[in-house]
Design a protein around this ligand. Structure first.
Ligand SMILES: Nc1nc2c(ncn2[C@@H]2O[C@H](COP(=O)(O)OP(=O)(O)OP(=O)(O)O)[C@@H](O)[C@H]2O)c(=O)[nH]1
Ligand SMILES: [Mg+2]
Length: 268
């Protein structure tokens, strides 16, 4: 479980709180943690490695941003991790930098939990609205993580730690989930009836068959009459309904179209 986020979000404080000891250096200035470090930890009989990472900073020049992120230590931590906790300072939630980090996590296909730390600094009467706003933003700007768990944390006061760990284990399980082919195809029939596949150059996209090609993250292959006929909006429609129908909230689902005949239909 890698903990990533902007500098000063409280990542190291959070891991120290879980461990119950001041193992990692923390401090009020940004940029305290320099290198990623993995610490073993067991939670509910599950052996984990908690990975603390250096805060990911904004770069002055836009075109440098992705490149600098690409080579960063935190990116390597994301690649190495199964579940990533994106830690955000609740007093400055979801800035552009957070969205970029979330995109990286989606690109790598990792499961994610969003932790809003420093919850103690959010006035009581603003908390409900803030949580709703963050949930709304996630669905809007990180659609790959639609419905992901958002956990409020006060690392300094040991609050919300278990909630994050539990959410991480839940997402880990969903990330590993395998859905039976029969179930998928019954779903497909229903969903393509409700909303007909698009026309491409006057030709209707025909979806013949779906199967889960892989896990971690759940990845699906869609067999169609013309692979280029699966446009972005219909892909999104299918992915969002897959996520809903099979209970995969917050999981970055992959769906690729393959132009091929349905091998099973021919035998039938
Ligand atoms: N009020 C409040 N402050 C917190 C909380 N958690 C951490 N802090 C403070 O936030 C500051 C940054 O904490 P760190 O844990 O060093 O942050 P970090 O994300 O590891 O920062 P970098 O290593 O620089 O990326 C410290 O001064 C902490 O005491 C919290 O729950 N509430
Ligand atoms: Mg740190």
């Amino acid at each position: 479980m890698a903990v990533v986020g902007r500098p000063n979000a409280g990542k190291s404080t959070f891991i120290n709180a879980i461990l119950g000891e001041d193992r990692l250096l923390t401090g009020p200035e940004a940029g305290i943690t320099r290198d990623a470090i993995a610490v073993p930890f067991t939670f509910e009989n599950t052996q984990m490695k908690l990975i603390d990472t250096a805060g990911m900073r904004k770069k002055a020049r836009i075109h440098e941003k992705l490149e600098s992120l690409a080579v960063s230590d935190a990116r390597r931590a994301i690649q190495f991790a199964h579940v990533v906790v994106l830690m955000v300072d609740a007093t400055q939630p979801l800035e552009k930098q957070d969205n970029q980090i979330a995109s990286l996590i989606a690109e790598e296909g990792r499961a994610m939990v969003l932790a809003l730390n420093k919850w103690d600094l959010v006035p009581g009467d603003e908390r409900k609205a803030l949580l709703e706003e963050v949930a709304f933003q996630v669905n809007k700007v990180m659609p790959q993580f639609k419905g992901l768990p958002i956990v409020t944390v006060c690392a300094e006061k040991n609050k919300g730690l278990e909630d994050v760990l539990k959410a991480a284990l839940t997402q880990y399980e969903l990330w590993n989930r395998r859905i039976a082919t029969g179930e998928l195809n019954r779903w497909l029939e229903d969903i393509t009836e409700r909303h007909t596949p698009p026309l491409v150059k006057g030709k209707r996209l025909k979806i013949k068959y779906i199967t889960q090609a892989n896990t971690r993250p759940p990845s699906f292959a869609l067999f169609v009459n013309q692979a280029k006929g699966l446009n972005e909006s219909y892909r999104r429609y299918l992915v969002n309904h897959l996520r809903e129908a099979f209970g995969l909230p917050g999981i970055p689902i992959r769906l690729m179209a393959r132009s091929a005949k349905n091998p099973y239909a021919e035998k039938a």
